[in-house]
Write a protein that binds this ligand. Structure first.
Ligand code: SF4
Length: 354
């Protein structure tokens, strides 16, 4: 493994704008650390320089570039919160290169290194930006469960920078609320993340050894056409043209147009009218409850009976207790497999009007 400054000082975009995988002049297969979670067939398409059939949309590029632009904001927020952080030099970031097995290396540029002031050794800080849902999922489940590729990426940087595994920090900004938080991954779990990444890449190295850089000898697919990885893949039409068409057809045949725009608009107006009524009813209810509370306090009692319009009712103060789990501490204490038995995920679908 080596750590070096690149010989040139290209602009940030040139340094970071590398293919997910490529063959080097000396015949190695080089995978970008930030692409560790990608489909191995997609990495092969990239390395063999096959034509991109499904380019990123302008909207996706915007999200990506906005995320990159916000990374220094996270670093500054950390510095204000007693972190001593050294961010990567955008013009000449440190480059790490780690050999997975002979013939295959992973390379990348750590976002930052640092430590909480006065505590602990310097460590790699991997900076991420996430939308509100992904941020919540990360906070609750921990990075190893929510975004394992980011832990593998940070593990690569840790090994490349320090030559061994040590605690690693994932710092994440919620782009919705603009809050940030961090998670410390213990050294043994950083090592496991790297081992898993190596296990995943090993068959790709074997594939290269057997077939050379042959663009027609494709590795097996890692995902099915309906998976989000395929739907966002730059090579979807090359890899699964039939599947792509099927997904499009499904979308087309869904009975989404049975309600006309006029009917939908009428439903929205009705929804707004009821919302307004509920708001005003809720304010009235809170006012009535406040009056009853003052009446009870004036009597010096915790509970009292009062004649209502249809029957006598009991008015009383109730004490309730809420229990919460400190997910940050839980995530630090337990391995992801143990946490998966304790913190489970249920997804539901609902319509939101905002
Ligand atoms: S379309 Fe899916 S299976 Fe094919 S290369 Fe892309 S991610 Fe992999």
């Amino acid at each position: 493994m080596t750590l070096s400054n690149p010989p040139l000082t290209p602009s940030r975009s040139r340094v970071f704008d590398r293919p997910a995988a490529r063959f080097t002049d000396d015949g190695r297969l080089e995978v970008r650390a930030s692409a560790l979670g990608q489909c191995r067939r997609a990495l092969w398409y990239a390395a063999t320089e096959q034509e991109v059939t499904n380019p990123m949309t302008d909207e996706t590029k915007l999200v990506l570039e906005a995320g990159q632009a916000l990374e220094p904001v996270v670093v500054r927020a950390m510095q204000r919160r007693f972190w001593s952080v050294t961010p990567a030099d955008p013009d000449a970031p440190l480059r790490v290169e780690v050999e997975v097995i002979p013939g295959l290396t992973v390379t990348g540029h750590p976002d930052a290194t640092g430590a909480i002031e006065l505590f602990g050794d310097e460590r790699v800080i991997e900076v991420k930006t996430r939308g509100p849902e992904a941020f919540k999922r990360w906070q609750t489940l921990g990075a190893e469960r929510s975004h394992p590729e980011s832990v593998a990426q940070a593990a690569c940087y840790t090994l490349g920078l320090y030559g061994d595994f040590r605690e690693t920090v994932i710092a994440t900004l919620d782009t919705g609320s603009r809050r940030w938080d961090y998670e410390v991954i213990p050294a043994d779990r950083v090592e496991r993340a790297w081992d898993r990444a190596c296990e995943r890449l090993a068959p790709l190295a074997e594939h290269y050894e057997v077939h050379g850089a042959d663009p027609d000898a494709l590795p097996e697919r890692d995902f099915a056409g309906s998976d989000w990885q395929c739907q966002r893949c730059s090579y979807l039409n090359a890899c699964q043209p039939g599947e792509a068409a099927e997904v499009e057809d499904e979308a087309e045949t869904e009975p989404v147009d049975l309600v006309s725009d006029d009917d939908a608009r009428a439903a929205l107006h009705e929804y707004e009218r009821i919302q307004q009524q509920l708001k005003s009813l809720d304010a009235d209810k809170r006012g009535a409850l406040k009056t009853l509370q003052h009446w009870l306090t004036g009597k010096g009692e915790a509970k009292a009976r009062l004649e209502g319009s249809a029957k006598a009712r009991t008015v009383g103060m109730v004490t309730s207790c809420r229990y919460s789990v400190d997910h940050k501490r839980l995530n630090a204490l337990l391995a992801p497999e143990q946490r998966a038995e304790i913190v489970t995920e249920q997804t539901s679908e609902y319509l939101r009007v905002s």
